[in-house]
Design a protein around this ligand. Structure first.
Ligand code: CTP
Ligand code: MG
Length: 229
């Protein structure tokens, strides 16, 4: 396949605080990483790089084996770094063959619909990145020192999800530039935009929410129970 999906799963999950790296925490009988990989392997065939926490490569490999089915030869596990950006860089370094499009996906967005992964992959065009977004529903305020400074026009805002898709060569160059400059960006789209490239957006999905807190894990559990019923 000329598309690769880097699934970053190397975070510790400080906010979830579940006593194990977040990707290996169970939602139901299956872990966050297993659910994320089930989604990835239900999408169009792609090379899959799982970026695992140091010391948990074997666990990640077992989840890859379980999720990949007859696409097992398309998957690899590598070890991540101290920051998400370093973990993505480790994933990029592990690509093989003549991949042209790279999707970067948070394992923590475990219930992302395969259709969202395919839509992002399809929307990548030369020189431009693509991200799925959702409208912001809350009323937002700018605050400082206990005071509300101003209102924020939420129609100008969107909440970014993953996977985020990019042409490989430009993404690799942008990662190299970020490393050389020593800058940590909030996401891959920000890093890619800093290299001077355009980012377009497509519609995201509520199921692609990121499991961050114990409440998010509960929400994922309930969604799975509802779809099993
Ligand atoms: N991630 C990673 N390597 C890191 C940090 C994060 O691969 N050094 C991954 C996480 O595994 C996750 C995704 O990036 O799938 C989004 O990060 P986040 O939700 O912040 O996960 P954690 O960093 O693990 O959680 P926390 O910030 O609460 O510690
Ligand atoms: Mg984090």
């Amino acid at each position: 396949p000329d598309t690769a999906i880097i699934v970053v799963a190397a975070g510790s999950g400080t906010r979830l605080d579940a006593g194990a790296p977040k990707a290996l925490v169970g939602i139901d009988a299956h872990s966050i990483l297993r659910h994320a990989l089930d989604g990835v392997f239900a999408a169009e065939p792609a090379q899959v790089i799982v970026v695992a926490p140091a010391g948990y490569e074997g666990d990640a490999l077992a989840e890859l084996d379980a999720a990949a089915g007859d696409r097992r030869d398309l998957g690899r596990v590598v070890v991540g770094g101290a920051t998400r950006q370093q973990s993505v860089a480790a994933g990029l370094a592990a690509l093989w063959g003549d991949v042209k499009t790279v999707l970067v996906h948070d394992a923590a967005r475990a219930l992302t619909p395969p259709a969202q992964i395919d839509a992002v992959a399809r929307a990548v065009v030369p020189g431009e990145g693509v991200i799925p977004v959702l409208p912001v529903v809350d009323t937002l305020k700018k605050v400082a020192g206990g005071a509300v400074v101003s209102a924020v026009d939420r129609s100008e805002l969107a909440a970014a999800q993953t996977p985020q898709g990019f042409p490989r060569a430009e993404l690799e160059a942008a990662y190299e530039a970020a490393r050389a400059d020593g800058i940590e960006y909030t996401d891959d789209a920000a890093l890619f935009a800093a290299a001077g490239h355009r980012i377009r957006h497509i519609e995201g999905s509520s199921r692609a929410f990121k499991i961050t807190t114990p409440g998010d894990l509960e929400r994922a559990r309930h969604l799975l129970e509802a779809s099993a019923a």
